[in-house]
Structures are given as C-alpha cells and as structure tokens.
Design a protein around this ligand. Sequence first.
Ligand code: SF4
Length: 185
Amino acid sequence: MGVAGAGALAASGLGFDDALAKSTQIKQKLRIEGAKELHSVCPYCAVGCSLVAYTRAKSNGTTELLQIEGDPDSPVNEGRLCPKGATAMQLAVSPRRVESPLYRAAGATRWQKMSWDEMLDKIAKNIKSSRDATFVTTDGNGNTVNRTEGIAFAGGAAFSSEEGYFATKLMRGLGLVHLEQQARV
Ligand code: SF4
C-alpha cells in the first residue's frame, strides 16, 4: 500500500491527473459526437476506397458535414485513404470549389461562367458539328467502318460500372473509336 500510495503521489505530481481530466474533457467534446454516420466511396480513382461521412442536422434545417475519413470496415482500404482521398471533404466545403461550368473560348485568356443548360447545348452542338465534319464511312480498303475520328472521350474514374457501360454505349453509338479512362492516365 505504501508503494502504491507513493506511486499515486508520484503520478499526481507528474501531472497525470490533469492529463486525465483534459482527455475526459476532449472525449466529451468529440466533434462527431451524436453525428449521423453515412457510408460512401471515394470519387477520385478506381481503387474505390470506402469512406465514412459524419453529418449533423442544424437547427436551421440544413445538414453540416463534420468529417470524412476512411472506413475501417472496408476490405478495400481498411480505414486508410491516400492523400487525395483524405481531402475528399474539400469537395464539399472548399471555398475554391468550382460550382458551375467554366468556358474558355479558343484564343481567350479568361474563363467565363456558363449555366449547365448553356454548356450542355454547346457540347451537343460541338459533337454534332465535329461528327458531321469527320465521319468516315469506309476505310482505305473500302471496308464499311462508320466511325467518328474527330472526337475523343475521357471517362472519369468515379464512374460506376453502369455509368461506364452507358458512356461506352453512347460514344460507340456516335461512332467514336478513341475512348479513354482517367484511371489509366
Ligand atoms: S483516390 Fe486514393 S483514397 Fe480515393 S479511391 Fe483512389 S486510392 Fe483510394
């Protein structure tokens, strides 16, 4: 008892009591305390690491995103994320996030904001005119090819299998032969 008592005194003298009190305080003020836990997948590459997002409903009816981290239950990443995935939260909260389509005309030095409708119309018109201008019906040997050589398509690594399938179908339907995927770049 004497030794234990001396040990307790020594521990107290070393400031362990303070440390314990502070750690209890920190535990009680956990940023994600009472938060809703949601599961998702990192959008950046085809590895498909799993994420856990913590959110909390605010009194004004909006939802606050508190934290995003690797999912320890995932057999893919076992809680880990690469530096890119570890910044996934910035997709939602960064003030530098681009929130609308930007267009820079040929030769221009500045980007200009466009609405999604304007941008989609522009892309559709460009696809139509490029396809019309570069469509090849037969190759040099006279074989029927019906292909579009003036357009290339690059898919995003965040594509699901279904989106990838749909994009490939659409592009092949237009006659594209140059398809690439960001995960391979
Ligand atoms: S970008 Fe990084 S965290 Fe995201 S899926 Fe790929 S390897 Fe995982």
